[in-house]
Design a binder for this molecule. Structure first.
Ligand code: ADP
Ligand code: MG
Length: 316
């Protein structure tokens, strides 16, 4: 276990953005996190890299409680968990050259200096040494995101938290950047938390997938089990809403929306938070919130109906 979150919660005033999330990331593993906009994915990411303090809960990195560390020891541990943001333009200083931005990370962490290391990091993300002299506005979106990745790698992380890393990019360059991320993970032995609102984006690179709804994990399991036999009706709806490539239409991604709206996180529904949108909802779903339970081996869901059906199959 390289990174573990225990009962992490974060409130922004009345908005309970995260309501108790427990997740563990194994060394070398990629954990995909999916859910509609507003379900708390970015909040979770910011807590994991300690950009923000949790309202409640603990984060352990390599067996050490990060919330108990201070000063140099905290900085040293934090360096090992880096984040890649959705919008590379926002995370790069427009007045700083690419080389300057990477050298700054090396300097802050007191790591190997010099143009050699900057060129090496640029090479790792598929850019030329000459890109060091460019400014962010002189690069394409894909190149800027490569620079963000190089900047994260400069800190010599063991875990990368990737928050929608290709969502802001042109569809034409998404696959390239995804392939780069997979190659870097495998070559450098990194562990990833890969966040996306789009299930189709996480399925190919994830070992396990966690599905979030209104600040909670509602399903967690091996990626193929989650996609092939989703236990939670919300996961089923996300899967059915997945864009289907349509060879007839060049633009052709047919999105089937999930029925209903995401509820207000400041005033969530009673019982199961998904019940107002759930085609299978029963009386109990309106009254009692289901716990996340391991219904199948290594495959957990928070759903009364799924729990009953699995136990019926078991006892049959
Ligand atoms: P996601 O990344 O899944 O779209 P976020 O983590 O960004 O979700 O947001 C979760 C909820 O918390 C949303 O209702 C959002 O409006 C709210 N939220 C996020 N950040 C803040 C903040 N800094 N202040 C107030 N509310 C916030
Ligand atoms: Mg987000």
């Amino acid at each position: 276990m390289i990174l573990e979150a225990r009962d992490l919660a974060k409130d922004y005033g009345p908005v309970r953005a995260l309501r108790g999330v427990s997740l563990a990331l194994e060394r070398g593993e990629t954990l995909g996190i999916v859910g509609e906009s507003g379900c708390g994915k970015s909040t979770l990411a910011r807590l994991l890299v300690r950009l923000e303090e949790p309202t409640r809960g603990r984060i352990e990195f390599d067996g050490v409680d990060l919330t108990a560390l201070h000063g140099r020891r905290l900085r040293e541990r934090r360096r090992r968990i880096q984040m890649v943001f959705q919008d590379p333009y926002a995370s790069l200083d427009p007045r700083q050259t690419v080389g300057g931005a990477i050298a700054e990370v090396l300097r802050v962490h007191d790591l190997a200096r010099g143009a050699g290391r900057v060129a090496e990091l640029l090479g790792m993300v598929g850019l030329a040494a000459g890109h060091a002299d460019r400014y962010p506005h002189e690069l394409s979106g894909g190149q800027r995101q490569r620079v963000s990745v190089a900047r994260s790698l400069a800190a010599e992380p063991v875990v990368l938290i990737l928050d929608e890393p290709v969502s802001a990019l042109d569809v034409s360059v998404r696959a390239e950047v995804m392939n780069l991320l997979v190659r870097l993970r495998d070559e450098l032995g990194l562990s990833y938390v890969f966040i996306s609102h789009d299930l189709s984006m996480v399925r190919h690179l994830s070992d396990r997938i966690a599905v979030m709804y209104l600040g909670r994990v509602v399903e967690l399991g091996p990626w193929d089990a989650v996609l092939d036999v989703p236990l939670h009706p919300y996961t089923g709806a996300l899967r059915d809403a997945m864009p289907v490539p349509d060879p007839e239409l060049e633009a052709g991604r047919v999105d089937a929306p999930i029925r209903g709206e995401v509820p207000n996180p400041a005033a969530p529904p009673s019982g199961c938070p998904f019940h107002p949108r759930c085609p299978l909802a029963e009386e109990i779903c309106r009254e009692i919130r289901p716990e996340l339970l391991e219904l199948l081996p290594a495959h957990a869901a928070a759903c009364h109906v799924a729990a009953r059906e699995v136990s019926a199959v078991r006892s049959a």
